[in-house]
Design a protein. Structure first.
Length: 521
């Protein structure tokens, strides 16, 4: 095996990690500009983010297994080149369809690159050095998450939405220059991979997201929506049947019978709605209801994402003294309080008014970053940590993809329900068209087609109030889910030891605990 250069490996990982978060959070603030420029429907604009998350999350486990077989460095090189190419296509796309397709295809390259680089990083360091390397890797991941919206906002303001994708493509191409310095271990065939289970799970989640995204526009009884929902149900039933019979399953479903592991998997599902999806939902809301620019939105969202930079370190200290149960209940309570508080913030509110709820939501998520991975692998025996980490991260990423579609769908449905259609009847295309533009962040521009004066003011007020009502009701639902989850998780984790007793660094990555890191991310 080629040992490579450990410093170069760490540097590459610390660029690739945040790059794969920037590719989600950065474009989120560009969606309003994309929708206006490419004249897209609401569902098509949602797929700019949802399509990428879907393919990246569903392919991660398969890409990790392929990397074991063909070689991690080779898979990393292929993944980064593939990702860079399709990001370039995204930046040059002249239609929303091409943009959505190229973004979705790029997700496969992202999954390959991320699964490979974490394995390479784990192979380049041992013991305490490995824990430190993954700690630094996690810090850069947090930075990508924290500054992603601002990064996207700056680029959109300076050079337009296309620059977001083209800059990501250029950075990816530069990372490829480091590949000769990476170690080149011999391929390891390992046990037979569960292709059937992976296919059933990935496509089942994809069909579920398709139904969620297309439902509001097509109608919930539309054949495409109903067919997707039925297909999802069939594939998930098949997935459970396959996993129970195969010798080397993708998921050992028996792990969900363990209260601690079940609790750890429930937390990211809830946080996906209270944090991850909110990073995508808030930019168009702030654009339409407050008239904020992409750059201003990026700054405001630092209140939400910024705690991800500092809370993991704080949690790492607390985890040595406080039980996992207490930390999980506290973070869910912060999330519940933040979501409830956000319902009291009216359209056009100042940054100061938004600061409290966004900080609470960000602190809740930031605490989770310090303990979730370690808690997932500490719930099982050492020889099963690789599978536990792979299962947990698959659940987490699938939750992110579903939450982005689900929260947007809920806000859309509630907004349309609350809208007084008569107040916007003068808009070309009617209330449906104006609502669609507003939910993409294009209310101000769309309203300019109405006669100035009372007609325009009445329409803008009606849509703004309906949009705020839709978001507020949605956040009440999220707050209730977080509060109920705090009780459920507290019950499931009763009797657990302080998380400092776990066999993993409290702030570290799951890969630090297992010799099978390819499946850990």
């Amino acid at each position: 095996m080629s040992t490579g250069n450990p410093r170069a490996t760490l540097a590459a990982a610390c660029v690739v990690g945040p790059l794969m978060t920037l590719v989600v959070t950065g474009p989120s603030v560009a969606v309003p500009d994309i929708g206006a420029d490419l004249h897209s429907s609401l569902a098509a604009a949602q797929w700019v983010v949802d399509g990428y998350m879907l393919t990246a999350s569903s392919s991660l486990a398969a890409m990790g297994s392929l990397a074991d077989r063909v070689g991690h460095r080779r898979m990393f090189t292929w993944g980064m080149a593939f990702f860079a190419f399709w990001m370039t296509v995204s930046g040059l796309a002249n239609s929303i369809l091409l943009l959505d397709v190229s973004r979705a295809i790029a997700g496969f390259g992202s999954g390959a690159a991320l699964a490979s680089i974490t394995a390479i990083l784990a192979q380049s360091f041992d013991g305490a050095a490995r824990a430190k390397a993954f700690g630094l890797f996690g810090t850069f991941l947090g930075a990508g998450l924290a500054f992603g919206p601002m990064f996207g906002g700056v680029l959109v303001n300076l050079w337009g939405w296309r620059s977001v994708f083209l800059v990501l493509a250029a950075v990816s191409a530069l990372v490829l220059l480091s590949t000769p310095l990476l170690p080149r271990p011999e391929p390891n065939r390992g046990p037979r991979f569960d292709w059937t289970g992976t296919f059933a799970f990935g496509f089942g989640v994809a069909l579920f997201v398709l139904a969620l995204v297309e439902g509001p526009g097509r109608g919930w009884t539309d054949p495409v929506v109903l067919g997707s929902a039925v297909g999802c149900l069939v594939l998930m039933v098949a997935f459970v049947a396959v996993e129970r019979r195969t010798e080397h399953p993708m998921f050992d479903l028996g792990l969900f019978a363990r209260p601690q592991f079940l609790a750890v998997c429930l937390v990211p599902l809830v946080l996906a709605f209270s944090f991850v999806a909110l990073v995508i939902v808030l930019p168009p809301y702030l654009t339409s209801t407050s008239g904020l620019s992409a750059f201003r939105i990026g700054l405001v969202l630092l209140l939400l994402t910024g705690p991800s930079l500092v809370m993991p370190a704080v949690t790492g200290v607390l985890a040595q003294k406080v039980s996992q149960r207490v930390l999980f209940v506290v973070l869910l309570c912060f999330s519940a309080a933040g979501a409830a508080w956000l319902t009291m913030v009216e359209p056009g509110a100042s940054t100061a008014a938004l600061a409290g709820p966004l900080l609470f939501l960000g602190i809740g998520y930031g605490i989770s970053l310090g303990i979730l991975d370690g808690a997932a692998v500490s719930a099982v025996e050492p020889e099963r940590m690789g599978m536990a980490a792979g299962m947990f991260n698959t659940v987490r990423l699938a939750s992110d993809a579903v939450s982005m579609a689900g929260l947007g769908t809920l806000v859309t449905a509630l907004t349309k329900s609350a809208l007084d259609s008569g107040a916007v009847s003068g808009y070309p295309g009617g209330a449906e068209a104006l609502t669609s533009r507003a939910l993409q962040g294009g209310l101000t521009e769309a309203a300019k087609t109405l006669p100035a004066g009372a007609v325009r003011d009445r329409a803008v007020t009606a849509v703004t109030d309906a949009y705020a009502s839709g978001l507020h009701t949605t956040m009440w639902i999220v707050a209730a889910a977080c509060a109920v989850s705090a009780v459920v998780v507290g019950s499931l984790l009763s009797g657990t030891k302080p998380s400092g007793d776990a066999p993993v660094e409290a702030s570290g990555d799951s890969a630090t605990a297992s010799p099978e890191p390819a499946s850990a991310h």
